[in-house]
Design a protein around this ligand. Structure first.
Ligand SMILES: [Zn+2]
Length: 222
């Protein structure tokens, strides 16, 4: 099974992916993880990618795409994969299609998570992170046991600089929408996009969305 998951920050992408991986026995594959693994193992592509990443530059497609291909060919990926953070552009989407075709595979579903803008902003403004162990909390819906202190390691929680202002969050969301719109359109034209709403106001959270996706996948497989 091959899934692609899309959705802005704060839509619950991590939670939905986690549930799908557990329930379907598949693995999540993010470009960040793929880069880190290749850099750590000092593969040829990893060494190349590191040159860009260490300078804060985007890794070009000539490196990213073959790296994703190798990851898809690995033994761990045999049972199935959820791609996260890839493809980022229509060009990457086309190259992904090409390499899947060579392997006689195709994308089963592109999951697009949608949340109301004001809920995303609220969720990000109330988010707190542990600077030590990177655990995340939320002062409304996922409070730490002791106010302002990390449950896991006891460090004082902080708020990310770019989570502090509504304007900064809004800007980030705008950029995300602009960048992903063409990729979404590309997949919509293929008829493989499944839009999933995640919203507190209708009590439709990540677990319900994940459950619905699993139901839909049963139909896809038939
Ligand atoms: Zn911590």
């Amino acid at each position: 099974m091959l899934l692609v998951i899309m959705g802005a920050q704060g839509t619950g992408k991590g939670t939905v992916s986690g549930i799908l991986c557990d329930e379907l026995g598949i693995m999540q594959l993010s470009t960040g993880d793929i880069f880190r693994k290749n850099i750590k193992e000092k593969t040829r592509l990893g060494i190349e990618a590191d040159k860009y990443i260490s300078q804060g530059q985007l890794v070009p497609d000539e490196i990213t795409v073959p790296m994703v291909a190798e990851a898809l060919d690995s033994d761990e990926a045999k049972a199935g994969v959820i791609l996260d953070g890839f493809p980022r552009t229509t060009e990457q989407a086309k190259q992904l299609d090409e390499m899947l075709k060579q392997r006689n595979k195709e994308i089963d579903m592109v999951i697009n998570l949608i949340s109301p803008r004001e809920e995303i902003i609220d969720r990000m403004i109330t988010r707190r992170v542990c600077p030590n162990c990177k655990a995340t909390f939320n002062i409304k819906i996922n409070k730490p046991k002791v106010e302002g202190i990390c449950d896991k390691c006891g460090t004082k929680l902080t708020q990310r600089e770019d989570d502090k202002s509504e304007e900064a969050i809004n800007n980030r969301l705008e950029i995300y929408d602009t960048q992903t719109a063409p990729v979404l359109k590309y997949y919509e034209e293929k008829g493989i996009v499944q839009n999933e709403e995640i919203t507190i106001s209708k009590n439709r959270l990540a677990d319900k969305a994940a459950k619905h996706i699993i139901e839909m996948l049963k139909d896809v497989e038939k």
